[in-house]
Design a protein around this ligand. Structure first.
Ligand code: ADP
Length: 364
């Protein structure tokens, strides 16, 4: 079965064509002004390749869509009803679906949700300390994101261990432009650092991560900042970019820090410290972990950041082997041989979307 996987972002469209598990073709259309044009450009590259089904990455599925599913009118309505919680993502995901459906009306389209893997969070992990009606009436709770990546990595790790995921307790650090950590027990996510929206948790490329709600109120009430302008600041001008004043790209920041730039240095320190705090929290949530796993652009490629995150965790049973950490080998590998082992596992969200799409179609 040939499956086209679409991952639409605010300014790009990534596409991957699979024949079952095999990747046949991939590409990215950048600086897109609308998804119809982006898809037309993708199809120019794909040529006449037949497509049997399309798998779409949908960022927010809310609390009712927690399994990959064929996109029907009901499903679309549900996705629209939670789109306000992921305004940078869900609307473009749906725009890509509309454009793809117009081009490929005769094939099934499947939604794979980035929130779904975290559906197993227990209530004590997903509630905020707000009056209960905020949860029951407004659905204000933690949902978590990057679930496609966390799920892929958790399955892949079990496969590498030649074990079912049943007994494994994992802490997975997805460090890319967006960053999140998850605590996974027996293949189920029991906590994760992103919340109602992808703004919570770690310091990211351009996003704040955790911030005191009181700071937001202060900026609105006393500094008279406009909420829309604040949303832009929190999503696009904060995190590594805002702290460093250099870039949102970790490579540029590490280079600036090495050249003596104090703000870049602070950005790296704050980034690593925040990840370390979450690792400590999830060691507590899991009562110890079998493995700490790094994935995504920074997690897979930066030995320096991995080393700095793990520095000073030896009393918690986590230590990196510096030779293994710095090895230029690209494959999934162990880099720490401590009580909690440390690993680098490359994520592959598109493969998981292709697998789920195929499974949904075979099931229907
Ligand atoms: P996305 O979340 O957009 O999929 P990626 O997972 O590709 O992003 O991660 C992008 C991040 O990975 C950028 O901050 C980039 O600087 C970082 N990155 C990629 N390669 C390296 C490297 N060798 N060293 C440090 N950071 C890297």
């Amino acid at each position: 079965m040939r499956i086209l996987v679409l991952n639409a972002g605010s300014s790009s469209l990534k596409f991957h064509l699979f024949e079952d598990e095999a990747l046949l073709q991939r590409g990215e259309i950048e600086r897109v002004s609308n998804m119809s044009d982006a898809l037309a450009a993708a199809f120019l590259q794909l040529g006449d390749s037949p497509v049997d089904a399309v798998g779409h990455r949908i960022v927010h599925g809310g609390d009712r869509l927690f399994e990959s599913t064929i996109l029907t009118d009901d499903v679309i309505r549900e996705i629209e009803s939670v789109s306000a919680l992921a305004p940078l993502h869900n609307p473009v995901n749906l725009e890509a679906w509309r454009a793809a459906r117009a081009r490929l009306p005769g094939v099934p389209h499947v939604a794979v949700f980035d929130t779904a893997f975290h559906h197993t969070l227990p209530p004590h992990a997903y509630v905020y300390g707000l009056p209960c009606e905020y949860l029951t009436e407004k659905r204000i709770r933690r949902y978590g994101f990057h679930g496609i990546s966390h799920r892929y990595v958790s399955c892949r790790f079990a496969e590498l261990q030649d074990k079912a995921s049943a007994g494994l307790r994992l802490i997975i650090c997805h460090l890319g432009n967006g960053c999140s950590v998850s605590a996974v027990s027996g293949g189920h996510s029991i906590d994760t650092s992103m919340g109602l929206t992808p703004l919570e948790g770690l310091i990211m490329g351009t996003r704040t991560g955790d911030i005191d709600a009181g700071a937001v109120l202060h900026l609105i009430n006393n500094e008279k900042q406009d909420p829309a302008a604040l949303a832009k600041t929190f999503n696009y001008e904060s995190g590594l970019r805002g702290l460093s004043g250099v870039s949102s790209d970790m490579r540029d920041i590490l280079a600036a820090a090495a050249a003596g730039d104090a703000r870049a240095h602070l950005a790296v320190d704050a980034f690593c410290y925040r990840v370390r705090k979450y690792i400590g929290a999830y060691l507590a949530a899991l009562n110890g972990a079998d493995a700490l796993i790094f994935t995504a652009g920074i997690g897979e490629n930066s030995a320096e950041i991995r080393a700095r995150i793990c520095d000073g965790l030896d009393q918690l049973g986590i230590a990196i082997d510096s030779e293994a950490n710095q090895s230029p080998r690209r494959e999934d590998r162990q880099i720490g041989f401590s009580r909690t082992s440390v690993w680098v596992v490359a994520t592959n969200e598109e493969l998981l979307i292709a697998r789920d799409t195929r499974r949904c179609i075979l099931k229907s």
